[in-house]
Unconditional design. Structure first.
Length: 358
């Protein structure tokens, strides 16, 4: 018996040593398989007909390695749209299996830089992955065209290099960059503006309260299902009106309790400027309690929290936001992570899944 145990131990050591020695080769084999699967896979074709919210960035301007900047992709039937493109949005979409060549338009909620600083990488991937012959469409409040023109100028030299290197068939010069369409933000609460209406997909913009910016939220309708995106806002009656009866409300949040901890730490360290910023941001974002109250008043089916302020570097911290929102909204409340998908199939129901590949 003893010799058998000895032999087993020896085998385990030998297997361990070979795995260690061959770990590079094993990793290459894994990458081979993942590359084949990755190039064939498309999340769009895997999901059932319906409206799907893909969380491609659940963070804020504050540093959080686990969360890209603000980004929500929406698949409506076979159509793909993106709402805001913060830093890391393009990379997260790629890791979720979304082909960026499929994106029909990016809708901006407002022109705070953290909501568009991932736009240029998105435009590059839109161009490169599909050899696009037209630029990526960007739709947003007045000022969006100036942002697009600036980014196009900043990336013009790069675009020239790419066409020169790969040739105009692979990188057609006409497909580089962004093409903007602006709209005037509706002035009154309760007023909506149709910004897209084609093939059964309707997208409406409505004003929210994020002064001094001109900011909107969006309502997306497809196949009898509705999802509403708050954008950045303090508690807004206009949002409540637009979200009425929606299946899903995707809402930004700031935790006054956690914000206060950072504010006090900054003041304690003599960093008055940082303290002032953490004080100022409270007045144009929404607490989880208020997000829950909006969800309750609008009678939505479920509440998805995103754009976490401050950041949530410790696992479990997102629970603080959920627990507070649950006190004012009895329905499902979820703290979203990058890679999460909430599906509203045409056939009914709500499904949650996670799609972050390595
Ligand atoms: Zn903002
Ligand atoms: Zn923001």
């Amino acid at each position: 018996m003893k010799w058998l145990m000895g032999l087993l131990a020896l085998l385990i050591v030998v297997a361990g040593a070979s795995a260690y020695l061959w770990r590079g080769e094993l990793a290459v084999r894994l990458v081979e398989r993942a590359a084949r699967q990755g190039i064939e896979a498309s999340l769009k074709t895997e999901l059932p007909d319906g409206l799907h919210a893909l969380f491609c960035g659940t963070g804020s301007p504050l540093p959080d390695r686990a969360r890209a900047g603000p980004c929500l992709a929406v698949i409506a039937g076979q159509h793909v749209f993106v709402f805001d493109a913060g830093e890391g949005a393009s990379e997260t979409l790629a890791l979720m299996g979304v082909s960026q060549g499929d994106i029909e338009a990016v809708f901006l909620t407002h022109l705070h830089s953290d909501h568009f600083d991932g736009l240029a990488p998105l435009a590059l991937q839109h161009w490169a992955t599909a050899s696009a012959t037209a630029p990526l469409n960007v739709v947003g409040p007045v000022g969006a065209a100036r942002v697009a023109a600036g980014l196009n100028e900043a990336y013009a030299i790069d675009a020239g290099y790419r066409t020169a290197h790969h040739g105009p068939e692979i990188m057609p010069p006409s497909g580089a960059g962004l093409l903007a369409r602006e709209f005037v933000v509706p002035a009154a609460d309760g007023e909506t503006l149709v910004v897209h209406d084609a093939d059964g997909v309707r997208i409406l913009a409505f004003r929210v309260d994020h002064a001094p910016t001109d900011a909107v939220g969006y309502r997306v309708e497809y196949g009898g299902r509705v999802l509403v995106i708050s954008g950045d806002t303090s508690r807004s009656p206009s949002l409540t009106a637009a979200a009425r009866g929606a299946d899903l409300l995707v809402h930004e949040v700031i935790s006054p309790r956690l914000d206060r901890i950072i504010h006090d730490a900054a003041i304690g360290a003599g960093r008055e400027n940082v303290g002032a910023i953490f004080n100022d941001i409270l007045d144009y974002h929404t607490s989880p309690a208020d997000a829950g109250a909006v969800a309750q008043e609008a009678g939505v089916g479920a509440l998805a929290l995103t754009h976490f302020l401050p950041q949530t570097p410790i696992r479990g911290l997102a629970r603080v936001f959920v627990d507070e929102a649950k006190r004012s909204f009895p329905g499902p409340v979820w703290a979203m992570r990058d890679g999460d998908v909430i599906s509203l199939p045409r056939a009914g129901g709500v499904r949650r899944s996670h799609h972050l590949r390595f």
